[in-house]
Design a protein around this ligand. Structure first.
Ligand SMILES: *Cc1c(COP(=O)(O)O)cnc(C)c1O
Length: 404
């Protein structure tokens, strides 16, 4: 995103042009950015040659899933719905892994029917359920077991998943017991150890700690895993201050790990593939003077973009026209929803704004539309994808009549 002659341009398209043509709010994605992100990951992990299973929950738009499939990605799914959509996008079932703490019998049966690469189990009960279903179908099913490495991911507590107080995976002791159980089962084929310590990780050290726990655990089990699935979590630069995870260092720690363990690596990246590829174009409805600050009331709200309300996440907001004239008062960017958490950010010394101005909320490609709802009976926004000089509508704006 750049200013050209003081006007904001996204992948060669003028923001006001898009805003007028499609009406706001608009989710707008850049295919170029998505492809660059994939290339960047492939380049940094070239030596490791991992299987990339895109975490569908980050953004489940069918057109985007098809593009990812065309770039050889597999999928990490967490529900039958996501599995069905990944298959519909043409993703090879042998590149699909199924994660999640609460897979139902129906979901497990469906996954078995579709012959996916791995069901990554997260508890003893789940393993017994998979075994029971496999036995009834006279099959041997490929599974993984998710380890909770009790590692602090140093991210927002709400998106941390690898500490012992979190519901995900099983602790080291239980893991070892479950390996002993699964390896003797006639209906289970234990192939994978999986971990995922959290999301939006910007420091490589938690990953390094995680790898040392994984290494230690594998040693204790004395079992040869064909795959080690390291999950996702690679953070992106929401602050636009060049805060990035050092992929080189992460990659080097994995190299070292592989010298001790001969296995194939799986990654489940979500945010790092789509996060910075999307923007939310919105318009100022009203400006309302408040106590010590002005409320900039936008036509986008927490039902469109939930992350700030849900986790206190910050997204950079940018004006369409750069004037350089600063507002005297602090601005609080809010939506029209009847909740005080319907607030995007609070900024001192933002540029002075007027009603009807276009604005862009940055880096909404991941956990934007996938978390969107119809709260307050608001219709979900249109989604468009920029492909070179073309614009593809990849999801029509919901009609209010569909909600009534
Ligand atoms: C959410 C999730 C991911 C993706 O995380 P990102 O931070 O978006 O990369 C990967 N694996 C599992 C098991 C997840 O729950």
């Amino acid at each position: 995103m750049i200013y050209k002659k003081n006007k904001l341009i996204f992948d060669n398209f003028d923001i006001r042009y898009l805003g007028k043509k499609f009406k706001t709010p608009i989710y707008c994605y850049s295919l170029k950015t998505i492809k660059n992100n994939i290339l960047n990951l492939k380049k940094n992990f070239k030596k490791i040659k991992p299987l990339f299973c895109y975490a569908v929950k980050a953004n489940a738009n069918l057109a985007i899933l098809k593009e990812l499939k065309n770039n050889d990605l597999g999928a990490d799914v967490v529900s039958q719905g996501e599995l069905m959509k990944a298959l519909k996008a043409g993703i090879n079932p042998k590149k699909i892994v199924f994660s999640g703490v609460g897979k139902t019998e129906g979901e497990i049966e469906y996954a078995i029917l579709k012959n996916i690469l791995l069901i990554n189990a997260e508890s003893k009960s789940e393993i017994l359920t998979i075994e029971k279903i496999a036995k009834s179908k006279k099959k041997k099913i490929d599974i993984g077991i998710r380890l909770n490495p009790n590692t602090d991911a140093q991210t927002l507590s709400q998106i941390s998943t690898g500490k012992k107080e979190n519901k995900f995976g099983v602790d080291e002791k239980t893991f070892i017991k479950l390996v002993n159980y699964a390896k003797n089962s006639k209906n289970l084929n234990l192939k994978c150890l999986s971990v995922h310590i959290g999301s939006q990780i910007l420091n490589y050290k938690p990953y390094k700690n995680m790898l040392s726990v994984v290494n230690r655990t594998i040693k204790k089990t004395n079992y040869k895993f064909e795959y080690v699935d390291l999950g996702g979590g690679i953070g992106i630069d929401y602050s636009h201050r060049n805060l990035k995870l050092n992929l080189k260092k992460y990659s080097l720690s994995i190299d070292k790990f592989l010298k001790k363990n001969n296995c194939k690596i799986i990654f489940e990246p979500g945010r790092s593939i789509v996060g910075d590829s999307g923007i939310l174009i919105t318009k100022v409805i009203y400006i309302k003077e408040g106590y010590k600050k002005d409320f900039i009331i936008l036509d986008a709200a927490m039902n469109d973009l939930m992350r700030p309300a849900l986790y206190g996440a910050e997204h950079k907001v940018m004006p369409y026209i750069k004037t350089g004239r600063l507002s005297k008062k602090t601005y609080e960017f809010v939506g029209p929803i009847c909740e005080s958490t319907d607030r995007f950010s609070t900024v001192k010394k933002f540029q002075k704004l007027n009603e009807k101005d276009f604005l862009v909320i940055c880096d909404v490609g991941a956990y934007g539309t996938s978390l969107a709802s119809n709260y307050n009976l608001r219709a979900k926004p249109i989604e468009i994808l920029i492909k070179g000089s073309k614009i593809q509508v990849i999801n029509k704006r919901q009609k209010i009549s569909e909600l009534i």
